[in-house]
Design a protein around this ligand. Structure first.
Ligand code: ASP
Length: 587
């Protein structure tokens, strides 16, 4: 090694030793008589000192020439610092420099390499290798490393085998849009990048691997949001000879272990909530259960009093924001504007305050007597000081809008603390979901998910197909879906039936998934599994909203890597070789 110690290592015990350190110049301070340099590497910062009359004029002259981010090697003696800095692990010592070698000079970096940087997002992404020098970003990646290692330790201890599955696979119509890769050797044909290793992990169960996992890149060509990247990482798992209960227990164990190892937290047993209850009480299949504020349905309480909006609504439903009756007219107008935003989609907001004397004052007092309003209060179990917020309309849309309002109120009321973790399982998802625009059913999880045996008969009747529940489950933490999976179909006939329900002809099913249907004829064990969004899990542990901060080289919101400038055009010769006739001219 070109060094004897790292920049995070030296303590008073080392005083008197001669050491060699290497690293980057964080900053220099020249006070005339004495000159300091902070030298940085991955492990920390160490102060170098060069004093007039103590260190040589030659080395002091060299030090004056240094710029930010120069790469240095310095040799010197460890000395006690006069003014100690107890915020720095190396703050009790400094190095009295004897020799200083510039291993490489550096151009002035385009932004400050400090915890608080002046670099905007685009600039930091273009120079991501400099951004990665910053503590905050590096710490995120170190956290990611720890989560990955802990995951491997836990699963290895439970007899899971890590197996790599291919990245060049086959495009399928179900699920999200595929990224495709042209095949030079097979003109006109394409591979697809996996959206997940789903079918491969099931085949590994047919092969008798019994317990599989992989920390694996997945690719989905979807529109991007803060918590999405076109390529992302899953902790992908599958087990044989299991029921839903076994999977929930095993992976509850994994998440408990990760919280303990990474955060030092005991999260205890995960509560379970059915999908039906999640929708009913939170309007959301990934409820943020850090706070209550459950939905209260009001159809029976508010209808028939002559208020046309409520009378015409399929559903009148509200939440009780405790101790928020002091909300001003302006704040309530803001909330009304919030629910009317197209993304939220409500037409208006009705509110009611419970006053100190117990009387209720609402925004629709003209239609409701105090006696009637007292019934509202009872339905919400409201106390003086509470604010009731009520939406009305088509049931599905109204629940969705109230879910947004609930989250907004949770935020405003400080109930969504990043250091509080509220994990749970959401279970009993519907097997199928009807997509109006497509005029057909789609698999809610994926086409390999098995219906609950007790619901299978409902598949025979078109009127009840939508009610069939699946052995499918999600793990939700703080309103984020961190993982999801299901017990799979392992019977060829059931799988073929599922494909037909999803609108595949026999030929299409065979063409797309013939390999899986065939495999099911060679002794497929009952099996099931789950996949966790690894990036999301890391961002949750790190207390951040965006997964980008936990990915070394992420893409921006247009799916571009601005550092390597990709995607990019390829040459005509390459296109020709790939048998791709024309590429769209770039605008
Ligand atoms: N492959 C599924 C997914 O990516 C997870 C699973 O069912 O195991 O969501």
């Amino acid at each position: 090694m070109l060094r004897t110690h790292t920049c995070g290592e030296l303590r008073p015990d080392h005083i008197g030793q001669t050491v060699t350190l290497t690293g980057w110049v964080q900053r220099t301070r020249d006070k005339g008589g004495i000159l300091w340099i902070d030298l940085r590497d991955r492990y920390g910062l160490t102060q170098l000192a060069l004093e007039e009359g103590v260190e040589t004029e030659e080395v002091r002259a060299q030090a004056r020439e240094l710029g930010r981010e120069f790469v240095l090697s310095v040799t010197g003696r460890v000395a006690e610092r006069h003014s100690k800095n107890d915020k720095m692990p190396t703050g009790a010592i400094e190095i009295r420099v004897e020799t200083l070698t510039v291993l490489n000079p550096a151009k002035l970096p385009p932004f400050l390499i400090e915890d608080e940087t002046d670099g905007g997002d685009d600039l930091r992404m273009k120079y991501r290798y400099l951004d990665l020098r910053r503590n905050t970003v590096r710490n995120n990646l170190m956290l990611r490393h720890r989560v990955a290692q802990a995951t491997r330790r836990f699963l290895d201890g439970q007899q899971f085998i890590e197996v790599e599955t291919p990245v060049l696979i086959k495009s399928t119509p179900e699920g999200a849009r595929d990224f495709v890769v042209p095949s030079r050797m097979n003109p006109g044909e394409f591979y697809a990048l996996p959206q997940s290793p789903q079918t491969f992990k099931q085949l590994l169960m047919v092969s008798g691997f019994d317990r599989y996992f992989q920390i694996v890149k997945c690719f989905r060509d979807e529109d991007l949001r803060a918590d999405r990247q076109p390529e992302f990482t899953q902790i992908d798992c599958e087990m044989s000879f299991v029921e839903q209960e076994d999977i929930l227990n095993t992976f509850e164990g994994l998440v408990q272990y990760l919280f303990k190892e990474v955060k030092g937290l005991e999260i205890g047993t995960l509560p379970r909530m059915t999908y039906a209850d999640a929708m009913r009480y939170y309007g959301n299949d990934k409820p943020d259960t850090r706070f209550e504020m459950k939905f209260v349905e009001l159809n029976d309480v508010v209808k028939g009093q002559g208020f046309p909006v409520f009378d015409a609504a399929g559903l009148v439903v509200g939440i009780n924001a405790h101790n928020s009756a002091m909300y001003t007219r302006k704040q309530l107008d803001e909330l009304t504007e919030f629910v009317k935003r197209p993304q939220v989609g409500a037409t208006g907001l009705v509110y009611a305050r419970v006053e100190a004397d117990g009387n209720v004052k609402s925004s629709v007092d003209k239609f409701y007597s105090q006696d009637e309003l007292q019934k509202w209060k009872a339905a919400f179990n409201a106390q003086p000081g509470d604010l009731l917020l009520i939406l009305a309309g088509e049931p599905h849309k109204t629940r969705k809008a109230l879910s947004e309002l609930r989250l907004e109120m949770g935020q405003r009321m400080g109930l969504r603390d990043k250091d509080v973790f509220s994990p749970l399982w959401v279970v009993d998802f519907p097997l199928l979901e009807y997509i109006e625009e497509e005029g057909r059913y789609f698999a809610m999880h994926h086409p390999f998910t098995s219906p609950k045996p007790e619901d299978v008969a409902l598949l025979d009747n078109p009127a009840t197909i939508g009610e069939v529940r699946a052995n499918a489950y999600d793990m939700v933490i703080n309103g984020v879906e961190v993982g999801g999976g299901s017990i799979r179909i392992h019977d060829r006939a059931v799988q073929a039936r599922m494909f037909s329900l999803l609108g595949f002809s026999d030929e299409e099913a065979k063409a797309q998934f013939g390999f899986l249907l065939d495999a099911f004829e060679y002794g497929a064990p009952p099996h099931g599994g789950i996949a966790f969004g690894f990036d999301r899990l890391c961002s949750l542990f790190g207390g951040a909203d965006s997964i980008r901060d936990f990915i070394a080289f992420p893409k921006n919101n247009s799916g571009r890597d601005v550092m390597i400038d990709s995607p990019s055009p390829i040459s005509g010769a390459q296109l020709k070789e790939l048998s791709i006739a024309t590429a769209v001219e770039k605008k």
